[in-house]
Design a protein around this ligand. Structure first.
Ligand code: SF4
Length: 340
């Protein structure tokens, strides 16, 4: 199945999209807009904001108008906020229909969103499972809960659905998505919830999301970090790029450095990353720390730099094409990147 969120398609072979979530107060309209524009610059495809109250649903109407990517309203419990967010122009609602009360309310929301072609993401998290599932293995309980919510919508003739079944435990998370994939055809929003502060969160997300993507599971991804949201987007891009998925862009590899290193590889690699981050080309660039091993080890790259003490070399597919004094290296790198 394929779901349309504003201008972005999710599922059925559409490019895997990157999501993030604002950590601003939604009522801080200017702050939220500024953060979303920053996320857009980093390559975010879809952004979510919490809508905890009526004031937030009013604010989101202004935010939607000022940004360029689809906006998702995150709703808990109050179906009226889902309706208000739909009226505000959001492109998707994150909502678990079993949590909003009786079947009349579910039907009202389902009909309202169906008429406007606004999809719902059912997002089940390990920490907030209904009591009736507590005794089941966590992966089974996540799936049972999600499918329970799905059926409530299907009973209302609503099929415009995306599902997530997240746990903060990577194994449970992966198990749950594998089981869910076998149960339904709905697009899956994949992520590891509450993954933690930067380094831990990046590693848990890379393993959790990456292993699912390797299995062909996942239509849209969110890296969840206790950090600046743009870092979630940067991490998601690297996960996709590492697996040859997502939009095409330049990949920069660099060696770990060793006793042979003759140049500051870290600074040089960061410089090349900054110079190439907005170039949408399938090009691999190597930044290596010595002339002896660098060109050979990076011969699979389209081009690269191997640093020497006073002079460095530029190589293409492992073959040295130019020797450059280090003081001219920056200009030479820029010249090469301009030819991409
Ligand atoms: S490329 Fe050279 S400097 Fe870098 S790790 Fe390999 S041997 Fe060491």
């Amino acid at each position: 199945m394929k779901v349309k969120i504003g201008k972005i398609f999710v599922g059925e072979g559409a490019p895997i999209s990157i999501q993030s979530m604002c950590n601003t107060k939604t009522v801080d309209i200017d702050g939220s807009i500024a953060q979303i524009l920053q996320l857009e610059k980093h390559g975010c495809d879809i952004v979510r904001l919490s809508v905890p109250d009526v004031e937030s649903s009013i604010a989101i109407a202004e935010i939607v108008k000022a940004v360029n990517i689809p906006v998702v309203a995150d709703i808990h419990f109050d179906y009226k906020l889902a309706i208000a967010s739909a009226d505000a122009g959001v492109h998707k609602i994150r909502l678990n229909p079993g949590n909003i009360g009786n079947s009349e309310k579910v039907k009202y929301v389902a009909d309202y969103l169906n008429e406007r072609n606004i999809p719902i993401r059912i997002g089940v998290n390990g920490g907030s499972l209904e009591k009736k599932y507590k005794d089941m293995p966590i992966a089974d309980s996540l799936c049972a809960s999600a499918m329970g919510h799905v059926r409530l919508l299907e009973d209302c003739n609503f099929f415009n659905t995306i599902i997530s079944v997240k746990s903060s435990n990577v194994r449970d998370n992966v198990d749950a998505y594998r089981k869910l994939k076998a149960m339904c055809d709905y697009p899956l929003h994949v992520g590891v919830t509450e993954a933690g502060v930067y380094t831990q969160g990046v590693i848990k997300s890379a393993i959790g999301i990456g292993s699912l993507l390797l299995d062909g599971i996942g239509d849209t991804i969110r890296v969840s970090l206790t950090d600046e949201p743009y870092k979630e987007v940067d991490t998601a891009k690297i996960i996709l790029q590492s697996l040859g998925l997502g939009s095409v862009h330049v990949e920069v590899i660099s060696c770990p450095t060793c006793a042979r290193t003759d140049i500051n590889v870290k600074d040089l690699a960061n410089k090349v990353i900054n110079l190439t981050k907005n170039i949408r080309k399938d090009v691999k660039i190597a930044v290596m720390g010595c002339i002896v091993n660098g060109p050979g080890e990076a011969s699979h790259c389209d081009f690269g730099i191997a640093g020497g003490r006073e002079k460095s070399v530029i190589f293409e597919k492992g073959v040295i094409v130019k020797t450059v004094p280090n003081e001219q290296l920056d200009a030479e790198i820029i010249r090469f990147i301009d030819t991409l």
